[in-house]
Design a protein around this ligand. Sequence first.
Ligand code: GDP
Length: 471
Amino acid sequence: KDLIEFKVFAKTDTAIEPEIAAKICEKHGFIFEKEKREKGAGVHKVEEKYEEPPPPPKPETVEEQDTFELRAPIITFMGHVDHGKTSLLDAVRKTSVVKGEAGGITQHIGAYSITFQGRPVTFIDTPGHAAFSEMRARGASVTDIVVLVVAADDGFKPQTVEALNHAKAAGVTIMCAINKSDLPGANPMRIKQQLQDAGLMPVEWGGETEVLEVSATKGIGMENFLETMSLQAEVLDLRADPKAPMRATVIESRMDPGRGPTATVIVQNGTLKVGEPFICGPYWGKVKNLINDFGQSIKEVKPGMPAEVVGFSGLPRVGDEVVEMENERAAKRLSEERQEEIRQTKLLAPSRSRLEALFAGISDGEKKALKIVLKTDVQGSLEAITKELLNIKSEKAKVQILHSAAGPISEGDILLASASDAIVIGFNVKVENNAVATAKREGVQVKLYSIIYELFDQVKEAMLGLLDPLT
Ligand code: GDP
């Protein structure tokens, strides 16, 4: 509300000018301070009170980067069911554990880390694109690299395409593991062709997508696979500041009968420590215990690394952010404020639909994309509708189809739309029960049609801005 008064229309992840932030702080009785990044020491320190606009950035950004330390890359496996995601996750872990990293019993906490060539690498081991998009819908981007797992004897399947589209929409690095290459029916060429058709040109054909042939169960190609993942991570040059204020993202949470609400988090920045007070969504807490993926209690967790956290006041949601607080009192107070805010929002009328908001922004000259997730009854109608939708011409907007497939509208479709500010269009299809609830919760617009020209007319009208968009 305050931002709107200053004519700033920001989304939750938009950075705002320090001048504006300072004014808002003043209004609420806070002192605005700028974070200072000291060269060499790599410390985030609170600087003097903000008074003047900051000096222009020094041309030393590269050097400044150096105060940040390399962090563990975070990798997620996605793909069709039974193509071997779980087996590959096991094989990756075994490959490293065999090399003498044991010392505890492996535990499923939702993510694990291995050490490869002296560097940590983190894998999220709740495979699946629904969880991935659920996090994105919360505004969290926890994955750096997606490994698309495709069975060599089976090729692309509907869920392969779905997973690929979720990963593409997130803009992360994608590589492909052709698994089960030990099977007689293996046909890696076909999969490379399918990757190319999907816009991912394999490296060996002159493109940028790393494609590896492996066998999870026979352990073939695992070294090379790990090597390639770590090279991809190196290219990304992922850095974080272990001394910065701590931020971490919840990737799994559960009610533990003995320990109360616990959550597995991955640290984004700073260092997570035992005893630290924090806020997480509407809940607060103090880190009572940190447990790694070997079930061992640890004292601290560095950026890119996962751990299970004990000490939440309530069960956080996947994708929520854990943020370090000065002290317990402040954490508690912020938690109360957030809970009150949630109560208030529930009383308020729903905000404008995403599509209306999208079109409201169009007048500023830039060509906007109307992002669509399209589901239809059969493949034939899918192709026809896609072609026709992409043909709609408008000066101000263009259609972008994030994902399309035959079949009912699923929760995954809703989460993809929510994470990417898209709408979901269904032609002669139903919406799965859990997807209805998710659409409501996420505020995603779902439009169902059974007459084809109605579908085109409404999209066209919306695109041309002639009438109120799809209400
Ligand atoms: P997910 O559903 O993608 O997690 O797939 P799973 O990891 O559960 O694997 C499905 C089935 O494929 C299991 O029976 C595995 O034993 C088998 N499988 C996985 N990887 C390989 C492989 O490299 N070669 C062969 N022959 N079978 C595999």
